[in-house]
Design a protein around this ligand. Structure first.
Ligand SMILES: Cc1cc2nc3c(=O)[nH]c(=O)nc-3n(C[C@H](O)[C@H](O)[C@H](O)COP(=O)(O)O)c2cc1C
Length: 361
């Protein structure tokens, strides 16, 4: 099973990619979109959004990052893809799912799903512009207003030369409202010969199992679920190997404690890479997701939500820092969340090592 970390503009940037891939379970990332309009972007734009390009196209934990482009002009996209390819990403992904007004008004993102022939032209042009060995993948929704063109779109993307297709199982009109229609991914899978990755509304191990059963896909793309529960990819993989877990209630407390080093590390990277004004917002943004999964994160969120004084935030982080990190990580392993469950699986040592590797830069 391959688990891909979803692209999420404004949320899942290089900082969270670094943190989440250190925790583990993620096989590949897709960067947030790089918007292409009518010019060839300078290299610095690609490396600003995907700084992993300075690290062989990988996060610090060694997980490959595919860079995503968004646009509607095949010629301009191809030129930019060629430049991007020269910087050595693991692959190039094309966004055909963004519902944002501004993007759609210019004919990009999900708006293209009304025009399968345009999808074909874009993928074919990018495929031709990129070295043969470099994967070109696509990410689509089921359609704009309805899903009647979903299979035509998938066929067009495959015919254009996409090596792989991630499907967010909702139309643009459905936005982010549950449910996601995983069964429709099965129809797409049956129609195309390329690997299909299922995406949308996977928040728990149970969701992952249901999504795999309904879509027939081995491989999953996880977005908000990973931000809310950074242990989700590991838990999904462990479940795939018939893990026997303790109750989720036990795991809640356990994981929150084990996450402290990750939060401290996150704050360290935020402070070293982002300007002072945007730092508190970044921490609160993550806590806002974490509180969905961890009751103590709700308390932290309530405490910090009106705080913008960096010193007060630093004091809260200090509280986490003073916790007993190695022992928190060992407890996490001992109590079973990261336990190895099959002879071939060694999450426990792995997870412990990863958690202990969170040091403030
Ligand atoms: C804040 C946010 C930003 C997103 N940015 C992108 C993006 O840059 N490129 C893209 O293809 N999809 C983007 N998406 C869609 C996600 O990749 C994913 O398809 C969607 O969130 C459904 O998956 P999930 O339920 O696991 O979150 C974004 C979603 C959110 C919520």
């Amino acid at each position: 099973m391959t688990i891909v970390l979803a692209p999420m503009e404004g949320l899942l940037d290089f900082v969270l990619r670094d943190v989440l891939t250190r925790i583990g379970g993620i096989d590949r990332c897709v960067s947030e979109f790089i918007r292409i309009t009518n010019q060839l972007l300078p290299e610095r734009v690609f490396t600003r959004i995907v700084p992993e390009l300075h690290n062989g196209g990988r996060t610090a934990a060694g997980v490959p990052v595919r860079a995503q482009l968004l646009g509607s002009d095949p010629v301009c996209l191809a030129e930019n893809a060629a430049r991007l390819a020269s910087l050595g990403p693991e692959g190039i992904d094309l966004n055909f799912g963004c519902p944002a007004q501004i993007v759609n008004r210019h004919g990009g993102g999900a708006a293209l799903l009304d025009h399968p022939e345009a999808l074909y032209a874009i993928v074919a042009a990018v495929r031709r512009a990129v070295p043969a060995g470099m994967p070109v993948s696509a990410k689509m929704r089921l359609g704009t207003r309805d899903d009647s063109l979903a299979i035509d779109c998938a066929l067009a993307l495959a015919a254009g030369g996409a090596d792989e297709l991630a499907v967010h199982a909702r139309t643009k009109a459905q936005g982010y409202r549950p449910p996601a229609y995983w069964g429709r991914i099965a129809d797409i899978r049956a129609a195309v010969a390329i690997p299909v990755i299922a995406n949308g509304e996977i928040w728990t191990v149970g969701d992952a199992l249901a999504c795999r059963a309904q879509s027939g896909c081995q491989d999953l793309m996880l977005g908000r679920g990973m931000v809310a529960d950074p242990g989700l990819a590991l838990a999904v993989k462990a479940q795939g190997l018939n893990a026997v877990h303790g109750s989720r209630a036990d795991l809640d407390a356990l994981q929150w404690e084990a996450l402290h080093p990750a939060l401290v590390y996150f704050w360290g990277v935020v402070c070293s890479r982002l300007d002072a004004r945007s730092r508190p917002g970044r921490l609160k943004q993550w806590l806002n997701f974490l509180r969905r999964r961890f009751p103590p994160a709700q308390v932290a969120y309530d405490t910090l939500k009106t705080v913008d004084d960096p010193a007060a935030i630093e004091a809260w982080i200090d509280g986490l820092r003073q916790g007993d990190r190695p022992s928190a990580a060992k407890t996490a392993v001992k109590q079973g969340f990261f336990q190895p469950v099959g002879a071939r699986c060694a999450y426990s040592g792995f997870a412990l090592r990863k958690l202990e590797s969170f040091v403030v830069p």
